[in-house]
Design a binder for this molecule. Structure first.
Ligand code: GAP
Length: 457
């Protein structure tokens, strides 16, 4: 399957089956935003729950839910006001706003957003003959300008009081500014982590590739605070754990790899990405950063609040170093959709199927009567549905269309098992359990049904 073709097919099934809709679609769409439908919400919830589970496995990881609106000073201290930017280049013919590093990448020149404006302008100038606008195809590109990514909002009831504030560009800063609060609860001491899931906002120049680069997205971030001399070791431990996490989630191992950053973002001492091979190529899924003492030292300086901790042995104070694991809910969803998407043939018919690992599948089991116009079948099917749903909440009642259509529809949302109640059920209390991946069907007795499916999910 052609790579671009695969992305369009994923976008299409995601819309058709209620995973992802374009934001503000009935008004022509709003770039960089997406809305999540019933199965998208369930997939998202499962993505977040798996991540939370992996963090809860650590006795020394605390959880936080910090505000999106934060004081301006937070972003001045963090360095985002001065140093958080992407290189913008405008086409002088069609006025499209493009990413200079992406255009350079397109002609095989290694460049990224962390390079300076001067470095990027030099590369663009040296390659002007080859560089074309990706929208109109003309060689009329202007100069590169580093453009700040923080999105702003206005708060205040009266115009004269209005205050322009930044929407958070990463959830991490909420963690740093609450580091002392969590420490002061008395339940945690270094080394310990603080984790949170929440929305982040970036004024991306060219939001693209579906869920990959959005302007409003959700992060799952964990900052691990350690003694400075423990930072490198902790970094390796977290890197290993995070890669194993994705393999454990059921993602194809050969589609995951490590990539080290050549140019470091302003806060990082070392940075590695876990990359996934999306339909449009390898790109970042999760970033692991050794942030040193950059953030706490900055906030200490800007706020005047002492953020150091006491070493009980030496009685000296030090600022902990931070190891960060930063994953995106949206990119994880895109990865899961791409990893699961398949087209095959079953029973002589072509089908689209999403081979989701059971733990993230939005619907685990669908229950239906063989015929919707036979009250005795519908009655029994409802009884079975209600019993199974008690134990497996992601169980769905599906009574629309004929049985073939129901199977196709459930395959397209990645439901691992379909249960059909037929006339034999009324005679011997057995049902048909059909497996998504193989299409194999097995008769299982109703009293054993929940245990049978639970074991295989
Ligand atoms: N706190 C560090 C940080 O924010 P990042 O590499 O800029 O680092 C971390 O972002 C993760 O957040 C990425 O690996 C990705 O999963 C997600 N992410 C970043 N920008 C995104 C965007 N525009 N759209 C969707 N997800 C994004």
């Amino acid at each position: 399957m052609d790579k671009n073709d695969k992305l369009s097919k994923i976008i299409s099934i995601a819309k058709r089956r209620g995973f992802v809709f374009q934001g503000s679609e009935i008004y022509g769409g709003f770039a960089g935003t997406y809305d999540f439908g019933p199965h998208g919400v369930a997939l998202r919830r499962n993505v977040v729950e798996e991540w939370l589970k992996s963090m809860r496995a650590h006795e020394n990881v605390a959880f936080l839910d910090s505000s999106i609106f934060t004081a301006r000073r937070v972003w001045e201290a963090s360095g985002h006001v001065s140093g958080f930017s992407d290189p913008l280049i405008i086409c002088l013919s069609c006025h499209s706003k493009l990413r200079a590093d992406h255009l350079l990448g397109g002609i095989g020149i290694a460049a990224d957003e962390k390079m300076s404006e001067a470095e990027l302008n030099e590369l663009v100038d040296a390659n002007r003959k080859e560089l074309t606008c990706s929208v109109c195809g003309k060689k009329t590109l202007g100069k590169v300008l580093q453009k700040n990514l923080l999105a702003t909002a206005t708060l205040g009831a009266f115009e004269e009081d209005d205050e322009h504030v930044y929407l958070r560009g990463e959830t991490a800063q909420g963690i740093f500014i609450n580091f002392k609060n969590v420490l002061d609860t008395g339940f945690y001491s270094v080394p310990f982590g603080i984790a949170q899931v929440g929305k982040a906002f970036r004024n991306e120049i060219s939001p693209r590739q579906f869920l990959f680069r959005k302007r409003e997205f959700e992060q799952m971030e964990m900052q691990y605070f350690v003694r400075p001399e423990e930072a490198n070791k902790a970094y390796e431990v977290w890197k290993k754990e995070r890669m194993e996490y994705y393999v454990g989630l059921g993602v194809k191992k050969e589609k995951l790899r490590w990539k080290r950053h050549e140019h470091l973002v302003f806060y990082a001492r070392d940075a590695w990405d876990i990359e996934y091979e999306y339909p449009f190529g390898w790109d970042e899924l999760e970033g692991l950063h050794n942030r040193g003492d950059y953030d706490l030292a900055q906030h200490q300086q800007f706020s005047g609040v002492d953020l150091s901790v006491l070493d009980e042995k030496t009685k000296e104070r030090y600022i902990p170093h931070v190891i960060e694991a930063s994953a995106g809910v949206d990119r994880t969803m895109l990865m899961l959709l791409a990893d699961a998407y398949d087209e095959d043939e079953m029973g002589g018919e072509k089908r689209i199927v999403l081979h989701f690992p059971s733990r993230v599948a939005p619907v685990k089991i669908a229950v239906f009567p063989l015929l919707r116009n036979k009250p005795e079948l519908v009655k029994k099917a409802r009884e079975v549905y209600e019993e199974v749903k008690k134990e497996i909440p992601d169980t769905m009642w599906d009574n629309n269309g004929n049985i073939g259509k129901r199977y196709r529809r459930q395959d397209e949302i990645g439901t691992p098992f379909c249960i059909t109640i037929d006339f034999e059920t009324l005679e011997n209390d057995t049902v048909t359990v059909r497996e998504r991946d193989t299409g194999k069907q097995k008769r299982v007795s109703v009293p054993e049904l929940t245990a049978y499916t639970k074991e295989r999910l």
